[in-house]
Design a protein around this ligand. Sequence first.
Ligand SMILES: CC(C)(COP(=O)(O)OP(=O)(O)OC[C@H]1O[C@@H](n2cnc3c(N)ncnc32)[C@H](O)[C@@H]1OP(=O)(O)O)[C@@H](O)C(=O)NCCC(=O)NCCS
Length: 226
Amino acid sequence: MSEAISNRIRDLLIVGAGGSGREVAWLARDIYGSNIELTFAVEPEFSVTDAIDDIPVISLDDRISRKFSHYVIAVGDGAQRKRLSTLCNKLGMQPLTLVHPSVIRSSRVEIDDGSIVCAGSILTTNVKIGRHVHVNIACTLSHDVTVDDFSTLSPSVHISGNVRTGSGVFLGAGANVINGKAGLPLVIGCDAVVAAGACVTRNVQPDTLVAGVPAVLKRSRSRDAV
Ligand SMILES: CC(C)(COP(=O)(O)OP(=O)(O)OC[C@H]1O[C@@H](n2cnc3c(N)ncnc32)[C@H](O)[C@@H]1OP(=O)(O)O)[C@@H](O)C(=O)NCCC(=O)NCCS
C-alpha cells in the first residue's frame, strides 16, 4: 500500500492495544483526522474489553477480514510483528504505512508497506525503510541508511550515514550509531539488540546483544532463551 493510495483510507485496524497501540491511534488521527474509524484488535487469548480510550477492541480472528481492508501492527517486538503481519495478510487485509505529518524527509526516502514513522523524526537522503519497521518519535536517519524489515527504532535513536541494519534489529531509546563508509557500511546484523543509550562504533554480529558507550558484546544471543 503506497502512501499516495492510502489517502483514501477511512478505517483502520490497529493490531495491538497497549501503549504502542494507543500511540499509533494518535499517529493515524494526526494523519487522517478525527473522522478515521479506528479499531484495536488483540489476539483471541487476551481478554477483550469493550473499548480503550473510546476505541473499540475486538478479537483478531478470521471474521475480521470481512470488516477491515487495512491494518497496521502496533507491537514493539519485531518478531511478533512478523508473525502478526503474516496472519493479517492471510486474512486478506492490506498493510498501511503511516508517516506523521511532522516528519521531515527528502524525496529520496523509501518507506515500505506496514511501516510507521512517528512525530519529529528526520530522514535525509537515500534512506530505505523496509516492511513493518517502527521508527519511533524523534529519530534521525542520515544519508545512505537502510533499515531492514521488522526492525524497531525506539525514541531518539540516531543513525549516521552509511549504516545498514538486518531484519528484526532492535535499537533501544537514545541509541546512537556512528557512520560507516561509502561502499562499506557499518552493519548491524539480523535480530541484534542494541541497548538503550548505547553508541555503536563497529559492526554488530547477528543475534547478539550489545550495550554501553562504546557498545560492547553482552550476550551472543540477543534474547535469553525462555
Ligand atoms: C538491552 C535490553 C533489551 C537488555 O535487556 P535484558 O535482555 O533483560 O538483558 P539484561 O538486563 O540481563 O542485561 C544484559 C547485560 O547488559 C547490560 N545492560 C542492559 N541494558 C543496558 C543499557 N541500556 N546500558 C548499558 N548496559 C546495559 C546489563 O547490565 C547486563 O550486563 P552484565 O551482563 O555485564 O551484567 C534492555 O536493558 C534495554 O536497554 N532495553 C531498551 C528499552 C527501550 O529503549 N525501550 C523503548 C520502548 S519504546
